[in-house]
Design a protein around this ligand. Structure first.
Ligand SMILES: [Zn+2]
Length: 458
């Protein structure tokens, strides 16, 4: 039988079934989909492949899914660090957004982020930012998958003037990408403190109608709870529940502030949590009780958050941070073992996005979103347990080859769909422009910039 591609690897880690790996197996790929996973000898006898790839010492895993980011903010990486959320956002990030964000910024920032993610083994991301149409276009052109957030805020920004305008423009983007094979959409109300009840009610109805997820920052910091109690007389989760938003289509990002009863009630709704351990640590936002949520059966996905609060889009380091932090918070070294963290970064992300029939694990019939990782170097040998090795001893620099829907987008560590030199050149131009601006110094005593562009990140 003639097929497109055969990939022979020392290990194939399918994620489903859980904690399994196959030694000396091959992946048969045809028409952008996984046809079979079988012993290499049998594969060589069974299939005639147009392309064959030998990957000795390497493991093939499903493409990683970054379930929460603001990708174009890659151009703000390292702009303002070591600050509390409520200083970082209004005094640094919002003024920078007001000053710099336009279509060109989103194009160049998204391209930088897409290049970084693809080369680090991420094949799909869930985004929330302005100009989602441009994010979608740049991502699709690079052959990557994304769910672009149809962002909604109460405040005017460069993207829209009020909640109705955000919704209207978001629905246009949804229509534009309704049948795209790589791009999906989700409603992305920024947070309980930045979106009022009427647009949230409308989004709930529309999300049911269009069958798309709702992606929102929820219970990120203690300040958010205090503000919610003051403004609405309720903790934000309770308010979202009253509005009917707690359902399997919700992706609640962060969730660091949870009372026992809230945790149980949330678990019964079928909503997903997106855990962003490095952003939470860097902004000192608090700790998401991942092990307890997992015990209650909550689907937990993993995200990097923006490159301005992390400061990278590295899902390998995020997996390791998630594993280590969960053990520390639970006071239990067996909490969230390596195979569970790998599921968070793959199939759980797919489930949260409603894409688990298509991506998130290596099963026949699923899209061939694959990542090859070299475990043969001096810093990853010996290999007794390949899944543990991936989480505890491997970095994204070990990613060698990446495929999205069967198309090879990274070959021997080189991007095949993007021009790296051009991206670096444009990034340096932005760096020069942004670094010269007065607000970049971060010290404007007595004259703090006004947050008129509205909150976006974190
Ligand atoms: Zn965020």
């Amino acid at each position: 039988m003639e097929i497109d591609t055969l990939i022979h690897a020392d290990w194939v880690i399918p994620v489903e079934p859980e904690a399994r790996f196959f030694e000396g197996h091959s992946l048969a790929i045809d028409g952008g989909r996984i046809l079979d996973i079988l012993p290499a000898e049998t594969a060589r006898r069974t299939f005639e492949a147009k392309k064959q790839l030998e990957l000795p010492g390497q493991a093939v895993i499903p493409g990683l899914i970054n379930a929460h980011t603001h990708s174009a903010m890659a151009l703000f990486r390292g702009l303002a660090d070591d600050l509390q959320l409520m200083s970082w956002l209004p005094e640094h990030i919002w003024p920078a957004e007001k000053r710099w964000i336009d279509k060109e910024f989103i194009h160049d920032g998204t391209q930088l982020a897409v290049a970084e993610m693809l080369r680090g083994g991420t094949t799909c991301f869930n985004d929330m930012y302005f100009f989602p149409d441009i994010t979608a276009r740049v991502t699709a052109a690079a052959g990557m998958r994304a769910t672009v957030g149809l962002i909604v805020l109460d405040f005017p920004t460069v993207w829209a003037d009020d909640a109705n305008a955000y919704l209207h423009k978001g629905l246009e983007v949804h229509d534009q990408y309704r049948n795209h094979h790589l791009i999906r959409t989700a409603f992305a109300p920024h947070a309980p403190y930045s979106v009022s009840d009427p647009p949230l009610q409308r989004m709930r109805v529309l999300a049911d109608e269009l069958e798309i997820p709702v992606h929102m920052h929820v219970h990120e910091s203690r300040d958010e709870i205090t503000q919610g109690l003051r403004q609405y007389g309720n903790r934000p989760l309770r308010r979202l529940g009253d509005l009917g938003l707690l359902s399997p289509s919700l992706m609640a990002v962060h969730m660091t502030q949870l009372q026992d009863d809230e945790l149980k009630d949330f678990a019964s709704t079928g909503a997903s949590v997106v855990h962003c351990p490095e952003s939470n640590l860097k902004l000192a936002s608090g700790f998401c009780p991942v092990a307890r949520l997992d015990e209650q059966g909550v689907n937990i996905a993993l995200g990097t958050d923006s490159p301005a609060s992390n400061n990278d889009l590295d899902m390998f380091s995020e997996m390791r941070s998630a594993a280590l932090l969960a053990k520390g918070v639970a006071g239990d070294a067996s909490a969230i073992p390596a195979e569970k963290v790998l599921r968070m970064a793959t199939i759980n992300g797919a489930r949260a996005l409603g894409l688990n029939d298509d991506i998130g694990s290596l099963l026949p019939g699923k899209a061939a979103d694959l990542v090859a990782v070299d475990l043969g170097g001096l810093d990853t040998l010996p290999v007794y347990h390949p899944i543990s090795q991936l989480i505890y001893a491997t970095g994204r620099d070990k990613v060698t080859n990446v495929w999205v829907a069967g198309r090879q987008v990274v070959k021997d560590r080189v991007l095949t769909t993007l021009n790296l030199e051009e991206i670096l050149l444009r990034t340096r131009k932005w760096q020069a422009k942004i670094a010269e601006a007065p607000e970049c110094s971060g010290s404007t005593p007595g004259n703090p910039p006004q947050p008129t562009s509205g909150p976006t990140d974190a």
